[in-house]
Design a protein around this ligand. Structure first.
Ligand code: GLY
Ligand code: MN
Length: 460
């Protein structure tokens, strides 16, 4: 096993610990977790450490625990056993790992049996690890979104750090974005009528694999973009289909990127696909334009909703006054999700904490149609990374419901909508860093202009 090359790792980790200590000087124990098994113990899914652990330990170490105590880091981890070396090859020792991450001390895991300090922690979803956490700290540990007292204080301190990325995190997100952009270009170039979604997925993921990166989440590569997180790759691409690909790589240090592009199988958008594509793109561009420190992310969501509604009224698909339509959530029939989310060590960054990171203190999720799926409701700050991903979808279940439901049934011109049957789903998604004077889109080298996409598709 080799460590991934992460420049200035020790300094970065030390700075993160110092920053944590300023907000939370008490003891915290963070578990990395272990790989879940696939039916029997020796056949495991790939291991990926808990993101909170990874943020402070830098390396995805399995079965490890770190104590953070007023800027000091202690690593608890066993040396590789002979059995482990037999099956997995030479592994670094605890001391070597401790030196790499700049730990102040390192002990075997068994030392945790004598750990009696009242430390804060964050519960992991893996049942065996959760049991270890409760046993070690000798208390019932609440789920993160129900945390209280010192656990909640630790969570808020970590959120404050992870919300605004340091230079190392930004470099990692850029690294993941770079590979993801290449993957999307490869997907466009590989697309041809008669191929399957699985073949296009393979063309995209092979770029990520060839860079020795992995996918940050399950890829969506589908001609049924109306299924928002479609993980079926079985369809054969037909001449007039659109491919919606939501594929993002994870950097060696574990940071995510998240890109969606939609392109025509035959290399040219039809007139109806063109209309809707350009509408989604105009919402995408206007929302990115609005990203800046101080901007409310919910306002950006409403900007997307308003632009999409205006465009759908202009196309004769929605009928009525734009403000009234938006106020009644008519846009959500075609755009049922939020305009974006936080991006970082997780693709929906810190969503393991429920809405504690995504929603500013005192704010809670709406139960309104559409708005209820918004994952981020905060004022943006310099250093945050967010996605901007408006879309248009014809989701059969939502349309069926709207057909028979007041007030929606009269808001849609059903005959006009029928003209757009070759547009099942379009989403355009980029990764955007909030900078001190506005924003930087990190994913621009894979185009989203219609003509450039057509060119790329045709060049394949
Ligand atoms: N890339 C998947 C999502 O944003 O939900
Ligand atoms: Mn996304």
């Amino acid at each position: 096993m080799n460590f991934p090359e992460i420049s200035n790792l020790k300094t970065t980790l030390q700075q993160r610990r110092q920053k944590l200590a300023q907000q939370f000087p008490d003891k915290a124990l963070l578990w990395s977790g272990c790989a879940p098994s696939r039916n029997f113990p020796a056949n495991t899914f790939p291991f990926r450490a808990s993101s909170h652990f990874l943020y402070f330990a830098g390396l995805s170490l399995e079965n490890a625990v770190i104590e953070l105590d007023n800027g000091k880091l202690t690593l608890f981890m066993d040396n590789p056993s002979a059995e482990m070396i037999l099956w997995a090859g030479e592994q670094p020792t605890r001391q070597e790992i401790a030196a790499t991450i700049g730990a102040d001390a390192a002990y075997p895991l068994s030392e945790l049996e004598n750990y009696h300090a009242p430390a804060a922690t964050i519960a992991l979803p893996h049942p065996a690890i959760y049991q270890q956490q409760c046993q070690c700290l000798q208390r019932e540990i609440p789920q993160p979104w129900q945390a209280q007292g010192k656990d909640l204080a630790l969570i808020h301190a970590i959120i404050n750090l992870r919300l605004c990325h340091d230079n190392s995190a930004i470099a990692q997100i850029r690294q993941a974005a770079e590979v993801s952009m290449q993957a999307h270009k490869a997907g466009m170039e590989a697309t041809q009528p008669g191929k399957t979604e699985a073949e296009i997925r393979a063309a995209m993921e092979q770029v990520i694999m060839a860079h020795d990166q992995s996918c940050a989440y399950g890829s969506v590569v589908t001609v049924h973009g109306e299924v928002l997180h479609n993980h079926d790759y079985s369809h054969t691409l037909q001449e007039n289909d659109l491919v919606l690909a939501d594929v993002g790589a994870e950097s060696p240090g574990g940071f995510a990127s998240d890109i969606t592009r939609t392109w025509p199988v035959n290399g040219e958008f039809s007139p109806t696909q063109r209309e809707i594509y350009d509408l989604v793109l105009s919402a995408h561009d206007a929302c990115i334009e609005a990203v800046a420190p101080g901007a409310e992310f919910q306002d950006i969501h409403w900007k997307a909703a308003t632009i999409l509604t205006e465009g759908l009224v202009d196309l004769g698909i929605l009928q009525g006054n734009v403000s009234n339509l938006v106020a009644q959530d008519a846009h959500a029939i075609f755009f049922p999700h939020g305009v974006g989310h936080l991006l970082g060590l997780d693709v929906h960054d810190m969503e393991d904490l429920g809405d504690l990171a995504g929603y500013a203190p005192g704010r809670t999720r709406s139960n309104r149609f559409g708005l209820g799926n918004l994952r981020l409701d905060r004022a943006l700050q310099t250093g945050m990374a967010v996605t901007i991903e408006p879309g248009f979808y014809q989701v059969p279940a939502l349309l069926e419901r709207a057909k028979t439901q007041e007030p929606y049934q009269d808001m849609i011109n059903w005959n006009q909508l029928a003209q757009f049957s070759d547009v099942r789903g379009i989403r355009i998604e980029d990764d955007v860093m909030v900078t001190s004077d506005g924003a930087e889109t990190l994913t621009t080298s894979v185009p989203c202009q219609r003509e450039q996409i057509e060119q790329l598709c045709q060049s394949g």
